[in-house]
Design a protein around this ligand. Structure first.
Ligand code: AMP
Length: 212
């Protein structure tokens, strides 16, 4: 069984995906992570997308759908996929429909209002060593804090600055939200309260998977 985690940036898709990986042995397919890896490695795709990502805009549909397609091709057929940050446009949703993982697919919409997203993003940090995302107190100076898990430096993701967060939210409402009716009509869309505490959010998502 496969699941799409849909929701605005900062809704907790990545956190929830890592719980599903740990609890159910599913595979997380995060286009954001794939693109950051390509950017950091300086691959041709990475060079193409770096400025777009820094601006908080969306990378072209062809690039992200090809990344997903390639990853799915290497997965065992019986391993569940968690789509984290994909699809984000109608064209991507159409591309996913043609892929093997379109069978046995459910969509969990993690709902968090914009005001809460802006607040969350201002306290979001990522460890530059283990990559774990975590939350610090809003007035924290990131350079003064170390990762509690590995001791690495906690840094602000470059596209988590307030201006870029605004652009990312705009992209979400303009490009991603319009695909919700598509999944709703097909009976695939399940709502999740993203304002609940993270363990409760996990339980809501587990309940969706169990009912599949
Ligand atoms: P994320 O980590 O999912 O917030 O993604 C970080 C950035 O990568 C986004 O702001 C986009 O620039 C790009 N990106 C990630 N996934 C997609 C996607 N499915 N379609 C287009 N751009 C994407």
């Amino acid at each position: 069984m496969n699941i799409i985690l849909l929701g605005p940036p900062g809704a907790g898709k990545g956190t929830q995906a890592s719980h599903l990986v740990a609890d159910r042995g599913m595979l997380q397919l995060s286009t954001g992570d794939m693109l950051r890896a390509a950017r950091d490695a300086g691959t041709p795709v990475g060079l193409k997308v770096a400025a777009i990502m820094a601006a908080g805009e969306l990378v072209s549909d062809d690039i992200v759908s090809a990344l997903i397609d390639e990853k799915l091709a290497t997965m065992p057929a019986d391993q569940g996929a968690i789509f984290d940050g994909y699809p984000r446009t109608a064209a991507q949703a159409g591309a996913l429909d043609t892929m093997r993982a379109a069978d046995s697919l459910v969509v969990a919409l993690i709902q968090v209002p914009d005001e809460a997203i802006v607040k969350r993003m201002s306290s979001r940090r990522v460890c530059d060593n283990c990559g774990l995302t975590q939350s610090v107190s809003p007035d924290s100076k990131s350079e003064e804090e170390d990762c509690p898990y590995c001791g690495g430096d906690l840094i602000v993701r470059p596209d988590d600055n307030p201006e870029t967060v605004k652009t990312r939210l705009k992209e979400y409402h303009q490009q991603t939200a319009p695909i919700l009716p598509y999944y709703r009509k097909k009976g695939m869309l399940k709502q999740v309260d993203g304002m609940a505490d993270p363990d409760q959010v996990t339980r809501q998502i587990e309940a969706i998977l169990v009912a599949l």
